[in-house]
Design a protein around this ligand. Structure first.
Ligand SMILES: NC(=O)c1ccc[n+]([C@@H]2O[C@H](COP(=O)([O-])OP(=O)(O)OC[C@H]3O[C@@H](n4cnc5c(N)ncnc54)[C@H](OP(=O)(O)O)[C@@H]3O)[C@@H](O)[C@H]2O)c1
Length: 235
């Protein structure tokens, strides 16, 4: 019998690539999306729409997922990445980030039925461990997702393995200009955009590696350990 994976934020970009990959592996894919779903129709694909910032959307998504049968794998990928300076209502700004990154994954995970030897991956960011004053709500809520995932590794032990991927710069957004791209890549050791395949590989590994649970894997081209400070000083 084929296996089932749930991927959130699978309408486009990385989530779409993840969904396409697991379809090619012969899995049943439940692809959650928010506004737009660019995935092509496929007999093994089921799409579910929900704004994870909205309580009522999450409640009806959970009802639907509770009836979907056991899942073998989940990737919590949905994410909002809004600078704090764009917030007109700071309370709402934090609420949206924490709803999408922490509350919705918790509600979804609670609603699911699990197949034997199931596994879950939460996609966070290297910025969970590096402060960024421009994206404080994003960083804080992704750090929340990461810590929540590790708690789930404890709570679901023996039933679901839970691991975390911390991506670095995998694919720039269209609004990122050349100067920004050059600056970010100059801070990595591999010095190129990693591409979605780097995260697909890491997800594949963590979902299939039977000995791994409660781990955090940086997939960042070495950006986290790259020198962030001028080290030309002399003693
Ligand atoms: N791109 C990078 O270089 C990078 C770096 C570090 C970490 N990451 C992490 O890697 C993952 C994938 O990156 P990405 O660039 O593909 O992410 P993304 O495009 O920013 O977001 C992923 C998906 O989340 C959905 N989403 C946003 N707001 C939502 C809401 N309120 N309710 C439900 N879904 C919502 C988006 O759907 P809509 O577009 O329809 O809203 C989008 O398809 C994310 O978790 C991201 O934080 C990415």
């Amino acid at each position: 019998m084929s296996k089932t994976i749930l991927i959130t934020g699978a309408g486009r970009r990385l989530g779409k690539t993840l969904a396409e990959y697991w379809l090619t592996q012969g899995w049943q894919v439940i692809a959650h999306f928010n506004t737009v779903c660019e995935l092509e129709l496929h007999p093994n694909l089921r799409t579910v729409k929900a704004n994870l910032a909205e309580q009522k959307d999450v409640a009806s998504l959970c009802q639907e997922l509770a009836l979907a049968g056991p899942v073998d794998a989940v990737i919590h990928n949905a994410s909002c990445f809004i600078p704090d300076c764009a917030a007109t209502d700071l309370g709402k700004h934090y609420e949206v980030h924490f709803n999408v990154h922490v509350k919705a994954p918790a509600m979804i995970t609670e609603a699911l039925q699990w197949a034997p030897e199931a596994a879950m991956v939460a996609i966070t960011d290297i910025y969970t461990d590096i402060p960024n004053e421009r994206f404080a709500a994003y960083c804080a809520s992704k750090a929340g997702l990461q810590n929540w995932a590790l708690s789930m590794a404890q709570r679901l032990a023996g039933k679901v393995r839970v691991n975390v991927i911390q991506p670095g710069p995998i694919q720039f957004l269209p609004e990122h200009d050349e100067a920004y791209r050059t600056m970010v890549l100059s801070q990595s050791l591999i010095r190129r955009e990693l591409g979605y395949d780097a995260i697909v590989e890491a997800c594949h590994y963590l979902l299939s590696a039977k000995a791994l649970t409660g781990t955090q894997m940086r997939v960042d081209g070495g950006r986290f350990v790259a020198n962030r400070y001028d080290q030309t000083f002399r003693v």
